[in-house]
Design a binder for this molecule. Structure first.
Ligand code: P71
Length: 458
């Protein structure tokens, strides 16, 4: 099996070094066994996230030089507006510094205290921005998504029966909009089908409910629709994207993923009221409505990246590189979430480390062990990320206790994938020697970023 052939050549490189065993052991202790607290210099292959870690193209870099840094009415604002219209089909947008800036504006406008926001699985920052104005996020993803072994091809789908049950239980008045994520991150990078989107739109029309997308990884989702859904085999990605977006009333978008940039975000909509209200609030929290926290040059890079990131040849390579890593691990019986996702390979920590109990944080433990073994940095996506129940204060143990090996776009070679797979396979062979962790520091918000742990001896 070969890795996918890259549809680009490399014009510039950045040195990375392998820290020796002693340095790795010290670094992980100093970081409180939390990979978010490691110094990047102590990391060899950084698979913490695909967010803001892409390599930009020469065309994007050239675009930086055309940045118009006028306070108001920058030409790059209009370039980005054109790109959003062409690629996603929304007429209006509000630029923001990154995705959570857009979430803040969108959800603080739409969510009122006591309201419920159904969503096809939570994402950490999204959930928080629904909770801050007094709302509650409720999961309506299909059951298959909670089973790491289930190979259903559209595990991102919404379960309309769960949505109906919420309406029956709480009444329509409590639900203002349905929140739908593309290529659902916490489910393992799993797509939603066009058919499901179409059915959801019809359902919401009947109840006059709005639909707001988290379109962050919509291009990778569009690739899967083309690859897997009948009738889309030969449809250009941009047409698929526009059809997807046509089923929504607006979206939030973190440009740091599919738009191939290091910073940036926006919200986009065809709804006049949402647009006017969020455009008003952007000047309070982000910056004037023609830059929203981005420099003119950043907006140019996003405009170009949004188009590049929707090219079929690029997406095919991208998704296949992730699949390559996943298949190397799968062939060696390392437990991973299936099907292999669009942006990352997820290890099933409950199967990898069955001897470690949930209150000793198996996924967190595994991220630290992978780093110590190989200097590869991964991310916990399990109970530490999920946090505590808002009412009872108790830890929540979600069905998925995962480690995410997230592949930056256009950054690592297939040999880097092979090194990563071999290191994890080696670790899997001696998994019984790995002991659990106890949490010794826990901050109030988004605890996974800054919490600290100590090793429990075996
Ligand atoms: C990822 C991130 C970045 C991140 C965020 C929180 C904890 C750890 C890492 C960011 C997303 C996302 C989705 C679906 C909104 C945001 C926020 N993902 N929606 O996966 O995946 O965007 O980071 O630009 O503010 O590593 P932002």
């Amino acid at each position: 099996m070969n890795g996918p052939v890259e549809p680009f050549k490399i014009k510039m490189v950045e040195r990375v070094g392998m820290p020796d065993e002693q340095r790795r052991n010290n670094a992980i202790i100093e970081a409180g066994y939390n990979t978010f607290l490691l110094k990047s210099e102590d990391v060899f292959i950084d698979l913490l996230t695909d967010s803001g870690t892409s390599a930009m193209s020469d065309y994007q870099w050239a675009g930086l030089m055309t940045g118009d840094e006028a306070y108001a009415g920058s030409r790059n604002f209009y370039h980005l507006r054109e790109a959003i219209r062409d690629v996603l089909g929304y007429t209006s947008y509000v630029p923001c510094h990154q995705g959570r800036g857009a979430e803040h504006l969108m959800y603080s406008y739409l969510v009122k205290p006591g309201q419920i926001v159904p969503r096809n699985m939570y994402f950490t920052t999204s959930k928080l921005h629904v909770e801050l104005p007094g709302g509650r996020m409720v999961d309506i993803i299909i059951d298959e998504a909670h089973d790491p072994e289930n190979e259903y091809l559209f595990k991102g789908n919404v379960d309309l029966k769960k949505l109906q049950a919420l309406i029956d239980e709480f009444g329509l008045g409590k639900i203002v909009f349905v929140n739908v994520e593309m290529n659902v991150n916490m489910a393992g990078g799993q797509p939603i089908s066009m058919q499901n989107l179409r059915e959801l739109r019809k359902f919401c029309n009947d109840y006059k409910l709005k639909i707001i997308f988290d379109a962050t990884r919509s291009s990778e989702n569009a690739f899967f629709i083309r690859d897997r859904e009948k009738g889309y085999e030969n449809v250009p990605i941009i047409e698929i994207l526009r059809e997807m977006m046509s089923y929504s009333d607006g979206c939030i978008y973190s440009c740091k993923k599919d738009a191939l940039v290091n910073i940036g975000g926006f919200l986009a909509t065809n709804d006049k009221e949402i647009f006017e209200n969020t455009r008003n609030m952007v000047v309070v929290y982000e910056g004037l409505h023609t830059y929203g926290g981005m420099a003119g040059r950043d907006m140019e890079a996003v405009a170009r990246g949004l188009r590049e990131g929707a090219q079929y040849e690029y997406l095919k390579y991208r998704v296949n590189q992730v699949r390559y890593l996943g298949e190397l691990l799968n062939k060696a019986d390392v437990p991973i979430v299936k099907p292999i996702g669009g942006h990352a390979v997820f290890l099933n920590a409950l199967k990898f480390l069955p001897h470690i109990s949930r209150n000793q944080w198996p996924a967190q433990t595994l991220t630290a062990a992978i780093y110590e073994e190989s200097a590869v940095r991964s991310m916990e996506r399990g109970a530490v990320s999920k946090g505590r129940d808002k009412e009872t204060g108790q830890n929540i143990y979600p069905a998925l206790e995962l480690v995410r090996l997230t592949i930056p776009r256009r950054v690592y070679t297939n040999t880097h994938m092979e090194y990563t797979a071999n290191s994890i396979i080696n670790l899997f062979k001696k998994k019984d020697t790995i002991s659990g962790l106890k949490m010794v520091y826990e901050p109030k918000y988004l605890r996974f970023f800054q919490s600290r742990f100590e090793k429990i001896s075996l």
